[in-house]
Design a protein around this ligand. Structure first.
Ligand code: FAD
Length: 475
């Protein structure tokens, strides 16, 4: 029986659960849907869409070697997906459609609608666990609910990993040739401008590039991950998030690469290994939260009482934050890194998110949207989790009174100012003491070409504390 492998955020042939299932069941044809209306509704960044398309080209090449033709169809929004997939199944005499599970509310609705439409015609949709180590709903508290505290979730995950480590699948084998030609791949999609070459070069497409990055990181960087991961001027983290978000790599491949550099051990040897696996488990945690508490993917806070927070409407301040013109160097450098590279270091994501939601007291949803529109690794669960953590509206979030001081964060995590100099050349002449806080130099005009701080850090901190206290008083 012919199989249709419907690729989504799983753009690889190796260790791909649905593709493996398809190829071991019957002659396989691959499908990818171009859905610009849906991508716009999800605020998917042009850089991310371009990354998908570039990876699709690499995937087509890899599939060709397996004799699997790749077909491209247009379904502007996912409301059209069921009919497009059904029609294709009829044209090609397909008996089963194989997919890897995706977890957002819209993704779940889409797959349910597709499954129902296909079932009416006697075609099955088979879904597989692939993006995660554990299926959401399978890691629960003793009382049967979703974990809301990361450390407790992580503990259960480790118990499971110790007893049954998810393994990678064998490499796929080529099938007999099918008499179906490949479709031409789009080089770009209307409404999603191609990013500059300087950005594209930072993120080479394809499984080979992703695996090479993973291997280099595991061999050369992982051993000092724990010490270096918070310093944005150093190559301390893997920069694999775009590949994980697009499914060019699987989390299992990451897990095994890390353990492989530690004689297969979790607990002893290289301390970077567990520290890094903990990050993969944050990724896991937020996807489980998305399923357990779907309101978080519908622009609503996890802590519902924070719905009443008196966020400020300050469009000019929001724009200054977006464009890296707040007058706080570490915030501006980070925001410029985002615009230029489509990526931002994790420490800085927390710093800029706290600055927006606490010092500027602007709604976290504004920041979440801006990030999504610019991140090449934009991922609904991780982005929402990170924003709600920083805004103290989320599960296991930062307590509202623990507000990062961006200047102290800058002094601590970029002590020599290398990161600041790189992104803010107008401050490069300052010494490593002054660069973190040029306003502290005094003078009427500050540093030429660089704005004065948008807010006073301690007064704005007090304003945020008061807003959160008011909220507590209303409860
Ligand atoms: P590493 O340190 O090498 O970590 C390995 C992998 O673990 C990452 O690639 C990522 O898949 C996962 N991971 C690491 N930290 C986290 C975390 N805190 N939450 C969830 N997964 C994590 N990550 C995204 O992938 N997409 C997003 O849209 C996103 N938005 C964020 C927004 C905010 C406000 C914050 C605070 C964090 C956000 N993160 C997001 C999490 C984190 O910042 C990035 O995953 C990380 O910076 C990616 O860099 P890396 O690949 O070098 O990470």
């Amino acid at each position: 029986m012919r199989q249709l492998m419907w690729f989504r955020t799983d753009l690889r042939v190796r260790d791909n659960t649905a593709l493996h299932a398809a190829l071991t069941t019957g002659p396989t044809i691959a499908l990818y849907l171009i859905s610009p209306g849906q991508w716009r509704a999800h605020d998917d960044a042009p850089a991310k869409v371009d990354f998908w398309l570039r990876n699709l080209a690499e995937l087509a090449w890899a599939l060709d070697r397996l004799n699997v033709p790749l077909l491209i169809r247009h379904a502007d929004t996912w409301a059209d997906a069921a009919e497009v997939v059904r029609k294709l199944c009829h044209e090609l005499d397909v008996g089963a459609v194989q997919v890897n599970e995706e977890y957002g509310v819209n993704e779940t609705r889409r797959d349910r609608a597709v499954a129902e439409r296909l079932a009416a015609d006697g075609i099955v949709l088979r879904s597989h666990l692939d993006q995660l180590f554990f299926r959401p709903g399978s890691v629960l508290t003793q009382s049967g609910s979703y974990f809301q505290v990361y450390s407790q979730f992580r503990k259960v995950c480790y118990q499971r990993l110790h007893t049954a480590l998810p393994s990678c699948l064998p490499p796929p084998r080529a099938q007999e040739e099918l008499d179906i030609p490949n479709d031409t791949l789009p080089a770009a999609v209307d409404g999603f401008p191609v990013p500059p070459e300087s950005l594209r070069q930072l993120w080479p497409a394809g499984e080979a590039a992703a695996l090479e990055r993973l291997e280099t990181f595991a061999l050369e960087e992982l051993w000092c991950y724990e010490e270096r991961r918070d310093f944005p001027a150093q190559p301390g983290t893997s920069q694999l998030s775009p590949y994980l978000a697009a499914g060019v790599l699987s989390p299992r491949q990451c897990l095994h690469a890390a353990l492989g550099n530690n004689q297969g051990e979790f607990d002893s040897g290289n301390p970077g290994v567990v520290c890094w696996i903990n990050e993969l488990l944050w990724r896991e945690f937020y996807k489980h939260i998305l399923v357990g508490f779907p309101r978080v993917s519908q622009h609503r806070p996890f802590r519902q009482e924070t719905e009443a927070l008196a966020w400020r409407n300050a469009p000019e301040e929001l724009e200054a934050w977006q464009q890296g013109r707040t007058g706080i160097p570490i915030v501006d450098a980070a925001m410029r890194q985002l615009l230029a590279t489509g990526w931002m270091h994790n420490r800085l994501r927390m710093v800029v998110a706290m600055f927006l939601t606490k010092n500027l007291l602007i709604d976290w949803r504004e920041g979440e949207r801006w990030f999504m529109r610019h991140l090449i690794d934009g991922d609904l669960a991780a982005n929402n989790g990170g924003w709600q953590w920083s805004a103290s509206t989320g599960t296991d979030a930062a307590p509202y009174f623990r507000i990062f001081n961006p200047v102290s964060q800058s002094q601590r995590f970029d002590p020599d100012g290398h990161f600041l100099c790189h992104w803010l050349p107008e401050l490069a002449h300052l010494d490593k003491r002054d660069i973190h806080n040029p306003a502290g130099l005094g003078g009427l005009f500050g540093v030429e070409g660089y704005p004065a701080p948008l807010v006073d850090l301690s007064a704005s901190r007090e304003r945020a504390l008061a807003a959160f206290r008011n909220l507590a008083a209303r409860e």
